[in-house]
Design a binder for this molecule. Structure first.
Ligand code: ADP
Ligand code: MG
Ligand code: MG
Length: 211
């Protein structure tokens, strides 16, 4: 399968719809261990991306340029911590596919891995610190492993989604060590991290749109 800029645009549209539908739940999760704005922040970001991509001439746009446009619009729209984290993800993704007119399965997996690494680098969070990294990193590892094992893209992204889901679930047992919820210390125990929860929604939408 080859993925072009029209497919990437459709992917961002699918993410925006999924996040919009999940907005209230994400705000509720953030309300428990944060400041209750995570759903609003993510919806603002992905709706801004959707609007920005709608005005691109897709036939004259390479994947790198589309992803950089996504990064810029997400960053400009979001004041919360998730703004620079996802903007960096898209910027790193853009760099990972530089010069390519269309993406093969392996390129998409590389893009996905670059996004996860970008979030990790930007937030300086390690796995186990109760952040979106606890969903993104195992997802990227699972996708890469499936791809190396010769699986088709749909299956690799399915593996990524399953890993993200268990990663997000596991944040319940973690004490927050990064971001706003780290101020709660042990009181953050027992609650899912909102950024890990939204990562599952984002990854689920990526899988849905590309398979
Ligand atoms: P804010 O805390 O500024 O209101 P959001 O509510 O949009 O931002 O996002 C909160 C989420 O951001 C957290 O649930 C966590 O997953 C993620 N996060 C916060 N700080 C970091 C970090 N340093 N590294 C990775 N993810 C982080
Ligand atoms: Mg918040
Ligand atoms: Mg906030």
């Amino acid at each position: 399968m080859t993925i072009d800029t029209a497919d990437l645009k459709r992917m961002f549209d699918t993410i925006a719809v999924a996040i919009e539908a999940d907005k209230d739940r994400l705000c509720q999760l953030d309300g428990v261990i944060g400041d209750a704005d995570h759903g609003i922040a993510m919806a603002l970001g992905f709706n801004a991306v959707r609007d920005a991509l709608a005005s691109l001439d897709l036939a004259a746009t390479e994947p790198t340029a589309l992803l950089n446009t996504a990064a810029k619009s997400f960053l400009n729209a979001v004041g919360a911590s998730s703004g620079p984290l996802y903007a960096t993800a898209f910027m790193r993704g853009a760099a990972a596919v530089k010069g390519k007119a269309a993406l093969a399965d392996a390129d998409l997996i590389a893009l996905f891995q670059a996004m996860a690494q970008g979030i990790k680098d930007r937030g300086k969070a390690e796995p186990g610190e109760k952040t979106m990294v606890d969903a993104w990193q195992p997802a990227a590892e699972a996708a890469a492993a499936a791809n190396v094992a010769g699986k088709a893209l749909a299956e690799s992204l399915g593996a990524a989604l399953a890993a993200a889901e268990s990663g997000a679930e596991a944040t319940k047992e973690m004490i927050a060590a990064k971001g706003r919820s780290s101020r709660l210390g042990e009181r953050s125990l027992g609650h899912i991290d909102p950024g890990a929860a939204s990562a599952v929604t984002v990854i689920g939408a990526i899988r849905k749109s590309l398979s």
